[in-house]
Design a protein around this ligand. Structure first.
Ligand code: FMN
Length: 168
């Protein structure tokens, strides 16, 4: 199998958020896609080890904030490489509550979702949510995963579906 074939799959870069009791939590995810228009359904794949996974399981709700090219890279650094298990990530960014879920204010747009279905794999849960609220936040160009790799030049942690083991 040629691992390079996977490089041709395209993605965006998002914050997937939820609540731990009343505390806002969330992580970076590239694996977001729209499933259907009517009803409006969105899916995201979240690793079992990510704290965000257990919070979506408990609350049955999640929110997707679309990140733009002008986002402060520190937001991706904190939300993509630290865990809400032991760190209050939302203390480090400006955010607002939409339908009681945290939205990163610097984002391009957001989608508030109610969990309607999920699929389990060995390492990740694919959560499918029905969009109950969505708004535009700015006119910034949505960041693609390839922009993240080419321009921001940061790594991808092992819990991301797109993680590729470094060759020895
Ligand atoms: C660019 C990028 C994309 C990522 N995509 C995903 C993803 O789609 N699914 C996932 O489970 N983790 C993904 N991650 C990893 C999580 O953001 C990371 O494991 C995070 O620390 C989990 O935080 P939590 O424990 O607070 O949930 C990604 C990270 C980066 C930097």
């Amino acid at each position: 199998m040629d691992i390079k074939a996977f490089y041709n799959l395209t993605y965006g870069v998002y914050i997937v958020s939820s609540l731990d009791d009343k505390r806002p939590v969330g992580c970076v995810a590239n694996s977001v896609m729209q499933i259907t228009a009517e009803p409006p359904l969105i899916a995201v794949s979240i690793n079992h080890e990510n704290f965000t996974n257990s919070c979506i399981e408990k609350t049955k709700r999640f929110c997707i904030t679309v990140l733009g090219e002008n986002i402060n890279p520190l937001v991706i650094g904190i939300f993509g490489f630290r865990s809400s298990k032991d760190f209050d990530k939302f203390r480090t960014v400006k955010y607002e509550l939409k339908q009681n879920l945290p939205v990163v204010s610097e984002g391009c747009s957001y989608f508030v979702c109610e969990l309607v279905s999920k699929a389990e794999t060995e390492t990740h849960t694919v959560f499918i949510g029905k969009v109950i609220d969505a708004e535009m936040l700015s006119s910034d160009t949505p960041m693609t995963y390839s922009y993240y790799q080419r321009v921001i030049k940061a790594k991808t942690p092992k819990n991301a579906p797109t993680y590729i083991k470094e060759q020895k």
